[in-house]
Design a binder for this molecule. Sequence first.
Ligand SMILES: Cc1cc2nc3c(=O)[nH]c(=O)nc-3n(C[C@H](O)[C@H](O)[C@H](O)COP(=O)(O)OP(=O)(O)OC[C@H]3O[C@@H](n4cnc5c(N)ncnc54)[C@H](O)[C@@H]3O)c2cc1C
Length: 500
Amino acid sequence: MSDRATDFDVLIVGAGISGIGMAAHMTAKSPNRSYAILERRENLGGTWDLFRYPGIRSDSDMHTLGFDFEPWKHEKSIADGPAILDYLEKIADERGIRKHIRFGHKVIAADWRGADARWHVTVEGEDGERKHLTANWLYLGSGYYDYDEPYDPGFDFGEFEGQVIHPQFWPEDLDYTGKQVVVIGSGATAVTIVPSMADKAAKVTMLQRTPTWMFSRPAKDALANFLRKVLPEETAYRITRWKNIKMQDFSFKMARNKPQKVKDGLHKRIRKSMGKDYDLTPFTPPYDPWDQRLCLVPDDDLFEALKSGKADVVTGHIKAFEKGGVRLQDDTFLPADIVVTATGLKLAVAGKIDLSLEGEKVDLADHFYYKGCMFSNVPNLAVVFGYLNASWTLRADINSDYICRVLNEMDAVGVDVAVPVLPENHDLEEDDIFDFSSGYIQRGKAIMPKNAVGYPWRLNQEYVQDRKRMREEPIDDGILAFRRKGANSKSPDETLEAAE
Ligand SMILES: Cc1cc2nc3c(=O)[nH]c(=O)nc-3n(C[C@H](O)[C@H](O)[C@H](O)COP(=O)(O)OP(=O)(O)OC[C@H]3O[C@@H](n4cnc5c(N)ncnc54)[C@H](O)[C@@H]3O)c2cc1C
């Protein structure tokens, strides 16, 4: 690929798990198609490069957060950020993907033009200079949150004289030795940071408004490590991956069908760590397990920190930030030199790219998902939005595989355009896109694409079923219409007629 090339078959946005994954799938399955990855940052890895807070790690096992094509070979199944980054770097280097990445390229806008069947993409370089690239397909691996700003809960830090830090922008040189730290939040980030900072800090207090369901498991998967000793790496990986997919599916369904049983099990496990008389109030949320993602406590690290007295969990509402700490509404005062606002992410759709069709703005919130991957009446565009009840990469893999199948089918029949056609007079019944009560999910719903009750017009949350459908069902399903360039993509009814 010449560095001056401006036209590609596929432009992938984002060099995180989803973008690197698509590039690897294309290399293996659609090798004749040219592609480039446009990445706004200077490094690959996305989430795993951006987040630098102490202890940064996965909360899924790497046998499912890893790709289907590349075994996870580390001893720890719950991996830290640098190990995940290494894994991605290695894939990019071994498969020749790195030379296709254009770092410092932020995609601002993309306009679909039917006449040449191309997305006309506006890209901003770090110097602010704008460039124009075109591609037949746009594949968005741009993640799900805003890289520029985290969620702002509107705290007024008033008199507070200490440091305020958001985990998304962790200062490289932060020295918290001997400091009093208050971490606001009770999600995966807070639960990672609290035990990690407890070693050096004088005291770390996790201040939660609402408790979260926690489950504890070893960071090392004993079965996975045993299988790796006695079987070829790939076979061992496949078995562990399948075991974890099944276990995940089982525990999600169990939580939905028998919540009390799951609550009792989770509490029993916490009592095993904290002692039989431990007051479970800080770990008793007002909702059922898997109404929000469960929070992983690997190797009991949070519980060990609590037992050591170096960490604490306090449930309460903030009244004010005072000079030396945080005052709660019940008048409790938490001294703080550092406040970490682990209050969550701000959801963003399609990398905040201004999408348009023939110059007319496209708001994906007006379009239905098609197979959790494309959108009604939007040609040659795919995205990755991972599972909420399973690892992100499971969806990244099946979406990439599916789009490679679509690309190959397009080559085979000699067409330039693939569009999931939904007539204007459709009678689709809408469904809640996320059946989860987590804050960031609820806050972001308004900007998410539409979800129907019936497949394929939805972002399904059932990996095993989705995998079978995406891999085995015919591409030509009577909905995904194929066209040659030149036809106007604006009217779905026209497109439908053309496809018939
Ligand atoms: C702290 C943290 C821990 C997580 N742990 C897990 C976990 O254990 N299991 C799990 O399943 N999920 C987890 N997630 C979700 C996680 O984000 C995904 O697993 C996965 O890393 C997403 O990969 P991605 O490539 O789709 O997106 P990202 O990792 O967000 O990468 C997106 C890339 O796109 C680039 N980009 C965005 N917009 C543009 C644009 N307009 N132009 C150019 N480039 C752009 C970004 O710079 C970035 O490099 C976690 C998320 C966070 C924040």
